[in-house]
Write a protein that binds this ligand. Sequence first.
Ligand SMILES: NC(=O)c1ccc[n+]([C@@H]2O[C@H](COP(=O)([O-])OP(=O)(O)OC[C@H]3O[C@@H](n4cnc5c(N)ncnc54)[C@H](OP(=O)(O)O)[C@@H]3O)[C@@H](O)[C@H]2O)c1
Length: 287
Amino acid sequence: MRTRRIGDVQVGAIGLGGMPMSIEGRPDEQRSIATIHAALDAGVTLIDTADAYHLHANEVGHNEALIAKALASYGGDTSDVLVATKGGHLRPGDGSWTLNGSPDYLKQACDASLKRLGVDAIGLYQFHRPDPKVPYADSVGAIRDLLDAGKIRYAGISNADPEQIRQANDILGGRLVSVQNQFSPAFRSSEPELELCAELDIAFLPWSPLGGISRAGELGSRFAPFAEVAQARDVSPQQVCLAWMLAKAPVVIPIPGSSRPETITDSVKAADLELSAEELTRLDAAG
Ligand SMILES: NC(=O)c1ccc[n+]([C@@H]2O[C@H](COP(=O)([O-])OP(=O)(O)OC[C@H]3O[C@@H](n4cnc5c(N)ncnc54)[C@H](OP(=O)(O)O)[C@@H]3O)[C@@H](O)[C@H]2O)c1
């Protein structure tokens, strides 16, 4: 697979989003492990997770533990795999998502993620979402402390606006390597953040790039130009969508979620799908 850069690390241009394997509607463990192994077989070297990707209150970090297990049981070399996790979101077990961006909590959460992932330093640690009850500078300050302490190799943020991206990069002393925001054909309001990341040479990881777990399958029927280009190219509309994103800027690294080997195997092919200027213009206009 073609690669792109996060910090000083080259990763496959399409990553794997772990969320569908751990929240509502998740498959059994065997299928999840097969999905992660299929991703690795296809050249995926960026796996996105979070401590909050779980269902019940007593299984915080379900997705991190699953990824650690899949990496450990993979037959091949996994030393080049960058696992990107997050802290700052919680799931109390009633289906809701809550926030805690306090520095003490983030440091505890990072320690717990380190244990579950079974590593000395987390590859990429992302502050999951700004907490309105905690000054943003305090939350990002905790991430800087984790970086300085060597508990995390790289620092990222998620769900941030342009001002927060600049602020975080300042607090981190220019060491912000990634921003993870929602971006898809249905949700384009993150274009300013994508453009700022391209300007600052920071990786931009679109989340829910296919429209989210429940709507990813409908991408072609919701956005006809994606289906038309897909038909002409004999590929899936989802592949066209990911290739369209990759063409936006060299810093873009989509992280489509998957819970089946077939879907991630299909998605990674987008890394080698080059769309023409005319196709990209049509897709830009679809909506
Ligand atoms: N930072 C944040 O706040 C935040 C929020 C949401 C998500 N995320 C991250 O972003 C990742 C991606 O988002 P998402 O999982 O919500 O949504 P998504 O990537 O838009 O959609 C995921 C669904 O797409 C289907 N799919 C994947 N590739 C496909 C293909 N080639 N053809 C047809 N269907 C395909 C999968 O189906 P199957 O399940 O059948 O394989 C999967 O359930 C998450 O997994 C998570 O890591 C981050």
